[in-house]
Design a protein around this ligand. Structure first.
Ligand code: PGA
Length: 224
């Protein structure tokens, strides 16, 4: 990418208690230097409210373009859906929402129809979807402007895709819609730049590499 403003999405998955997240945020904000790109921190739902003020503080004190994101939204709007979190409940708290992560497609049988509803609800609530696809055949719902290419073989395995292949897949996906493409799957401080320097890749999603805030900071700073 020639534009030196990468987007780094931090996917903490079902990790961190409230106490652990508070410690993570303290360490993260202490070590984070100036950064020209965008950072999106996505903790699990119960951690969002304690993370929000800290993110606002970092944004203000360090002039960093940092936002809060959710890891999912419900396909339903507010109502009798026990255990669900409606997109409209995240309004004012989150700016982004990851939708269609392969772990949700696999473990919760989310299909294209469900995901299209989720995208619609997220957009209606003013959330920017980060829509995940696993390969170049992935369908991208209308209204999506940020797509994450996350090949299943690369997620949490230490076996990333090659930057060349990721760039090619990103080029194919961009032909379908006018979208920015992020790469996700075993991103590390050593390989991040190999992805973000590619023409069609605008940033990355970081899972396991984000659990240690020091490691995440290296990824963020090495992405430019
Ligand atoms: P990983 O996960 O960085 O642990 O490979 C990425 C993701 O699932 O978003």
């Amino acid at each position: 990418m020639n534009d030196p403003h990468p987007i780094i999405v931090v996917n903490l998955k079902a990790n961190k208690s409230s106490e652990q997240m508070a410690a993570w945020l303290d360490e993260f904000s202490e070590v984070l230097q100036s950064f020209q790109g965008t950072i999106v921190v996505c903790p699990s739902f119960p951690i969002l409210t304690i993370t929000h003020p800290k993110i606002e503080e970092i944004k203000k004190n360090k002039s960093i373009n940092i936002h809060l994101g959710s890891q999912d939204v419900s396909q339903f709007e507010q109502g009798p859906y026990t255990g669900e979190v409606a997109a409209s409940q995240l309004k004012g708290l989150c700016t982004f929402a990851i939708i269609g992560h392969s772990e949700r497609r696999q473990n919760f049988s989310e299909n294209q129809e469900t995901l299209t509803k989720k995208v619609k609800n997220a957009k209606n609530a003013g959330l920017e979807p980060i829509f995940c696809v696993q390969d170049q055949a992935g369908e991208i719902p209308e209204g999506v402007t940020t797509v994450a290419y996350e090949p299943i073989f690369a997620i949490g395995t230490g076996n990333p895709d090659t930057p060349e292949n990721a760039d090619q897949v990103a080029a194919v996906l961009k032909q379908k819609r006018d979208v920015s493409i992020l790469y996700g799957g075993s991103v590390t401080p050593d390989n991040i730049r190999l992805f973000t320097e590619k023409e069609n890749i605008a940033g990355a999603i970081v899972g396991s590499g984000s659990l240690d805030p020091q490691n995440l900071i290296k990824i963020i700073h090495n992405s430019i």
